[in-house]
Design a protein around this ligand. Structure first.
Ligand code: EPU
Length: 417
């Protein structure tokens, strides 16, 4: 079994270049199968989620050529093939094949999606959207069959601005007859990235990035290309690390506007951040004041950075409070941080973090992707050795994380044990 082993205490300096966004790439790859010709996606991160989505496209008789971080996808011969559990359960984003195959072939048969176990993660909004477009949904023990004679545009309203449901309904609607309007749509930058890709193919989507998205159906989608936007969560993870142990740590290839909620919060508590067009330079703060955050939909504070922030909070003077409002079970890192010396109490969706506490290396487990990232940060600031198990969660979402951190001075490696 692979584990990550870290000797804490090193200062980090140099440059970390940010990869394409996981949560964009995992939607863009399924979106490519809506194309009636060929597509190219640039800046795709080399993560296991990418490889699992490629396997699904190949299962559907599509062809994918991988050229470093570029994918060439030929979706001309995509067929309706059942996507079995061993493929669908590897990641959450396998559910984007529901919208994409429904939109393309009016039929999809797929087992349940997987992904991090960070809450209930229902897909009722997705299904409600497909139904509004005219689809019938048959739910069997462990799979969905979703089919339609034809899809017709309609108005869809989500009770909560779900990222997944917004993208999935957009995928189903691009080739529907007539106009679909999604109200209370999610506004995350990843949604804009997907809409741009579809529009590059000839789709007619307006309003992506706002809470009302209008999609006029088209019959044919032609050859197109797209670049994955930089990963704001990967960048945020390294920025948080820089605030703790950075010495002019440069985070390169970022879209600063996507990180406003994080950067503003760090500046409020005393972290010095310099930036130019695409880079952020960050130094460790001598003293960090305690602070509170509540996770919100974009442009609020992202849930995906809340777990790494709990590690920063352990190093602040006083009690900090984190309130998680998006996912119901996103505190998997807490028992392990406490085993390393943190003083964190969780009540319902809130974490109360008393600082400043020194952290000490320990054997810990990555319960999910961002919990794993938190444990890497904790290991890097701790005294002694930290050994992290279940690292497949981390490798699902952070491209070359061990290499990137080693290159800026971290003592971190993957071992077989
Ligand atoms: N929800 C429902 N019904 C639905 C859909 C969502 O009740 O049909 C609820 C969920 O249970 C959850 C909330 O709405 O409590 C938010 O879910 P959303 O659909 O927005 O999240 P997601 O699409 O499942 C994506 C990212 C997550 C990220 C969230 C929020 C991908 C593959 N995943 O998940 O990323 O936390 O949006 O921004 O894009 C991560 O990268 O670590 C990660 C978990």
């Amino acid at each position: 079994m692979q584990k990550i082993i870290i000797q804490g205490g090193n200062t980090l300096s140099g440059t970390i270049s940010i990869s394409g966004a996981k949560n964009s790439a995992v939607a863009l790859i399924p979106a490519a199968i809506l194309c009636d010709e060929e597509t190219t996606i640039y800046s795709v991160p080399e993560i296991s989620d990418r490889d699992n989505l490629i396997k699904i496209i190949e299962k559907l008789n599509g062809k994918v050529q991988v050229d470093k971080d570029t994918l060439h996808i030929d979706s001309r011969n995509i067929e309706n093939v059942y996507i079995p559990e061993e493929l669908s359960s590897k990641l959450r984003a396998s559910y984007y094949f529901m919208g994409a195959l429904l939109g393309r072939n009016k039929y999809v048969e797929i087992s349940l999606p997987g992904g991090c176990k960070i809450g209930n993660r229902k897909i009722d909004f997705h299904l409600k959207g497909f139904k509004a477009l005219g689809a019938t949904i048959i739910e069997e023990e462990n799979k969905y069959i979703i089919k339609a004679d034809k899809l017709v545009g309609n108005k869809v309203y989500f009770d909560f601005a779900s990222v997944g449901a917004t993208i999935n309904v957009m995928l189903a609607a691009v080739k529907a007859e007539g106009t679909t309007i999604i109200n209370n749509a999610a506004k995350e930058p990843e949604i804009v990235n997907v809409a741009t890709f579809l529009n590059n193919m000839g789709a007619k989507i307006r309003g992506a990035g706002t809470s009302k998205i209008t999609i006029e159906g088209v019959n044919y989608l032609h050859k197109a290309m797209v670049e994955v936007i930089p990963d704001r969560i990967e960048a945020g993870t390294y920025i948080i690390l820089g605030a703790l142990i950075g010495e002019r740590l440069t985070i390169k290839n970022v879209i600063k506007e996507h990180l406003t909620s994080l950067i503003s919060k760090l500046q409020e508590i005393g972290v010095k951040i310099e930036s130019d067009e695409n880079d952020i330079i960050i130094n460790k703060a001598d003293r960090l004041a305690s602070f509170n955050i509540t996770t919100l939909i974009y442009p609020g504070f992202p849930t995906d950075l809340a777990q790494p922030m709990t590690v920063l909070m352990t190093q602040c003077d006083g009690t900090s409070i984190l309130e998680e409002t998006i996912h119901s079970n996103r505190m998997g890192q807490v028992p392990y941080l406490n085993s390393m010396g943190a003083d964190i109490t969780v009540k319902n969706q809130m974490a109360f973090i008393k600082g400043k506490t020194p952290l000490y290396g320990n054997d810990v487990t990555a319960s999910d992707l961002r919990a794993g990232a938190s444990l890497i940060i904790a290991g890097l600031i701790a005294k002694g050795t930290t050994k992290i198990s279940d690292i497949e969660h981390i490798l699902r979402g952070y491209e070359h994380i061990v290499e990137k951190l080693s290159n800026v001075g971290a003592n971190i490696k993957i071992i077989e044990e």
